[in-house]
Design a protein around this ligand. Structure first.
Ligand code: CU
Length: 480
């Protein structure tokens, strides 16, 4: 791992001199976002106070055009300087929306005008990028999440209608029981060395009398900000092909989604068309992942499109799909079991070129090491906001492979800013052709992803779980 001296972001000259002044007579913005606190009705007469964009949850769907410059005004009506991150886009540091990279803050009770060229095409999103730490009102625990759809020059696939869904939990609380391990991924075999190492560390800390670190749970579950049964159903016609664009806007949860009697043809992951669209009965999403899937409406009725977790669905994680003319109570049926495997959508014929360099990363959990919170490290180092330094130096235009090794039993949705990466190996199994910007790394497993360093400046790399990134699970690439 290469290290450089501390970067003085403010003085480095790469972020410009604060936020731009808008000249009189300047063009009006294409979009305006206003960060503020308000009430959102998530269930009948059930109002939650949260920070939102434009007073609603989710934030407005922004439709942008690939390659066509956009002007966005962001007003911050709160007392806290904000960052708005354009997740999944290849854009400069000055607008990406991460203080760690050097993006200027949107001042409290101030505004910033952004201007950039959107891309790549497909389903992206925007969200706050502040640290929450132990404050469950902050960061992505709040209502600061909204979808972005970047229209491609030519629209692929055949469908009759688009439906955008944002999955998001509210009313978070801390618990100390340890999270339930989830077993839905394929390949499912753990790496024996990683498992031995992680379990030994856990035993050692528990033997010292330490409890398990805090986890976050939720009381309210919503699709598009509404609990199951509240608000309008998705109304469909028999024979219609509905293209669902689904975003897991959670701060920390893995989500699933099924529609009884129907299958999803997955056409894009994280907005990027997959080489091999395939039919699945269930969708699985790590935090910040997106799936675009076409459902042929060919089983009339009134159905629950919902999460497989019974408790979470009962607490609201679902939405009703109602065929024209159908009546009765919404029906739920458990879907057939099928493990989630990114390789199902891969290109079996593609050969991956060798990278110019492979970067090894070991992820470890320090059980309850930081005031009761788990501390997360990459190659032994927890990210330190006070002393930021680039962890890896990259050469522009070169191709890199990240070899990630997870010495914990948690699933980590690993995210790289300002780039898309190609999945090249999952738990020892080679794969190719699936492009993503977040990918779930299984407990005690390995994953390899390749990318070309084509974005000058700093790019943040982190686990997308708020609780993990806030307690060390981040690193910085610097491309020159
Ligand atoms: Cu994580």
């Amino acid at each position: 791992m290469q290290r450089r001296g501390f970067l003085k972001l403010a003085g480095a000259g790469m972020v410009g001199a604060g936020f731009p002044v808008i000249a009189r007579g300047a063009a009006p913005p294409d979009h305006t976002l206003r960060i503020g606190t308000g009430l959102v009705e998530v269930g009948h007469q059930r109002f939650l106070s949260m920070t939102t964009y434009n007073g609603a949850f989710p934030g407005p769907l922004l439709r942008l055009k690939e390659g066509r410059q956009v002007i966005v005004d962001i007003h911050n009506d709160t007392d806290t300087p904000e960052q708005l991150h354009w997740h999944g886009q290849r854009i400069p540091v000055s607008v990406d929306g991460a203080a760690e990279e050097g993006t200027p803050y949107i001042p409290a009770h101030g505004m910033r005008r952004l201007s950039y060229v959107p891309g790549p095409a497909g389903l992206r999103f925007y969200h706050t990028h502040l640290r929450a730490g132990a404050d469950l009102q902050m960061g992505q625990y709040s209502g600061q999440v909204g979808p972005v759809y970047i229209e491609p020059a030519s629209e692929p696939g055949a469908y009759d209608r688009e439906v955008f869904l944002t999955l998001k939990e509210f009313e978070p609380f801390f618990s100390q029981g340890g999270d339930m391990a989830m077993d839905f991924m394929s390949p499912s075999e753990p790496d024996p060395d990683l498992k031995r190492q992680g379990e030994a560390e856990m035993r050692a800390s528990l033997a010292k009398g330490m409890k398990k670190g805090f986890e976050v749970g939720y009381r309210v579950f919503t699709v598009n900000g509404r609990q199951l049964g509240f608000g309008e159903p998705i109304r469909v016609q028999r024979g219609e092909r509905v293209l669902f664009h689904v975003l897991n806007g959670s701060a920390s949860e893995t989500r699933s989604l099924a529609l009884p009697g129907h299958t999803f043809k997955v056409v894009a992951l994280d907005g990027n068309p997959v080489p091999h669209p395939a039919d699945v009965p269930v969708l699985w999403f790590g935090t910040a992942e997106r799936i675009s899937a076409v459902v042929e409406m060919n089983d009339p009725g009134v159905w629950v499109l919902g999460d497989l977790a019974d408790d979470d669905r009962r607490d609201g994680m679902g939405i009703v799909v109602e065929y024209a003319g159908a009546k009765g109570k919404p029906q739920w049926r458990k879907p057939p079991l099928l493990r989630w495997d990114y390789r199902r959508f891969a290109d079996p014929a593609r050969r991956v070129q060798a990278p110019d360099r492979t970067i090894d990363m070991l992820f470890q959990k320090g059980n309850a090491a930081e005031q009761g919170f788990n501390r997360w490290t990459i190659n032994g180092k927890a990210f330190d906001m006070e002393h930021m330094a680039a962890d890896w130096q990259l050469e522009r235009g070169k191709r890199y492979r990240l070899r990630m090794r997870n010495a914990s039993d948690d699933i980590h949705p690993m995210h790289l800013h300002r780039h898309s990466f190609e999945l090249t190996n999952i738990a020892g199994q080679p794969t190719a052709g699936v492009l993503k910007d977040v990918a779930m790394l299984g407990g005690y497993q390995t994953m390899e992803v390749d990318f070309t360093a084509d974005q000058p400046g700093l790019s943040l790399f982190h686990c997308h779980m708020q609780l993990h990134m806030d307690f060390g699970f981040m690193g910085l690439f610097e491309t020159t």
